[in-house]
Design a protein around this ligand. Sequence first.
Ligand code: HEC
Length: 205
Amino acid sequence: MRLKLVYTAFMIGSALTFLSSCSSGGDNPGYEYAPNMYVSFGYEPLSQEADKPNTINPNGMNMRLPAAHTIARGQMDFAKYEYSVSNASYEASASLKSPIAATPAVIAEGNTLYNINCTPCHGEKGLGDGTIVAAGKFPPPPSYDSDRIKTTPDGKMFYSIRYGKNLMGAYGTTLNPEQIWKVIHYIRTVSGPYKSTATASNATN
Ligand code: HEC
């Protein structure tokens, strides 16, 4: 008997909810139960608002600290590429060799990264005639097809891209070591040994 009453009450309740949710036209989404389940308070993982400390994580942080000894993707060889910034380190980096083979896919990826980060100065074909240089706002960097760059070892290029060189800024926080090597492989399609393996997109640029 009692169960029957509960059941009837539930059915009436459901019917009313159903009817009330349909009654105000098609645009009305109806009554929302437990809105916090749908529209939860959003913690932005990569930013921290001082007045909204996270009540769950330690120290009120939105993101937890990575576990000790965590290595970010592409940074596996990090220690090997860690140089102090000095002329002596630039010279010492000459012996660094790319751990990645220059396959067409790697060169194509290097080309994409190059187009995003380097063309404003170095130009689409690496000739040192990028848009800000053409606009007279920046002195021209050396052409990749010049003897100077052709004879610059890959390792020194790695150092210059990672730490910057004179007027050129450092890309160590934008590109990880793997990505830097990919860009160098692409540069070598303009300057040096892989010139013949230039990708289709490079050839049409
Ligand atoms: C703001 C302009 C600018 C941008 C952007 C820029 N470069 Fe440069 N780059 C220069 C200048 C200027 C030089 C010449 C530095 C010198 O030797 O004084 C240079 C030099 C170089 C060299 C020769 C380094 C050496 O050891 O002699 C390489 C390689 C290079 N850039 C690669 C890159 C790559 C790859 C990117 C993109 C990730 C990039 N550059 C982005 C301006 C720029």
